[in-house]
Write a protein that binds this ligand. Structure first.
Ligand code: SAH
Length: 211
């Protein structure tokens, strides 16, 4: 048994009790060691169902939010997924552990660099770059799923354009204080969406985001 295995198992049971049902997601979150992705100052709180500071005024998302958004993408092995907002790298690690081919973009280079180190050490299949993710990553498009882990003022067209037919999008949209999670499928070139209330993210800053 590794350090925190019991705490992690309890977190997975909590996620189940909160309605997460996708076994691929739950199994991956049982494998990924969240305590390696948080600031060592907060290591003993890594398996609480809360967001935690990761530096540069950013946060690692709450585990329930990661589970909910990941499940919303309907992730499968070999799916190509673009993430905007690498942050700690935890969300990307969960997707890579499911078997997705992950591309992720982060605007804070210090966060990008620490996340990259974690991907390397853990031999996770994640391509990470620095820059403004609101324009997407056209070189690797189209994607089967796109996940935005920061709150946007609206859905950037550039991201919808880089999504495959039938592809899934999860993006929080709202003002800077609170957002709704928009989950969509691209059908005949257009996004069909559903809206889920009650999410709070750090702002998405960039050309197609906040100033
Ligand atoms: N997915 C992350 C959550 C990080 S919080 C995790 O698992 O830890 C959201 C991140 O989005 C922050 O690190 C922030 O710097 C980044 N971000 C905000 N706007 C961005 C943009 N336009 N392009 C890329 N990253 C952005």
């Amino acid at each position: 048994m590794g350090r925190f295995d019991t705490e992690r198992k309890e977190l997975i049971e909590l996620l189940r009790s909160k309605g997460i049902t996708d076994e691929n997601v739950l199994t991956a979150m049982m494998k990924v060691e969240r305590h390696l992705f948080v600031d060592q100052m907060f290591i003993n709180r890594a398996y609480e169902d809360n967001a935690l500071p990761i530096g540069s005024e950013q946060t690692i998302s709450q585990p329930y939010t990661v589970a909910f958004m990941t499940q919303a993408l309907r992730p499968k092995k070999e799916m190509k997924v673009l993430e905007i907002g690498t942050g700690s790298g935890y969300q990307a690690a969960v997707l890579a552990t499911i078997g997705c081919r992950v591309f992720t973009i982060e605007r804070h280079l210090s966060l990008l660099n620490s996340a990259r180190k974690l991907f390397d050490v853990q031999q996770l299949r994640v391509a990470a770059k620095g820059g403004d993710g609101t324009v997407g990553w056209s070189e690797h498009a189209p994607y089967d799923a796109i996940i935005v882990t920061a709150g946007a003022p609206s859905i950037p067209d550039a991201l919808v354009n880089q999504l495959n037919e039938g592809g899934r999008l999860a993006i929080p949209v709202g003002n800077k204080e609170a957002q709704q999670l928009i989950v969509g499928t691209k059908i005949s070139g257009k996004l069909q969406t559903e809206v889920i209330d009650g999410f709070k993210f750090v702002p998405l800053i960039g050309k197609n985001g906040w100033n």
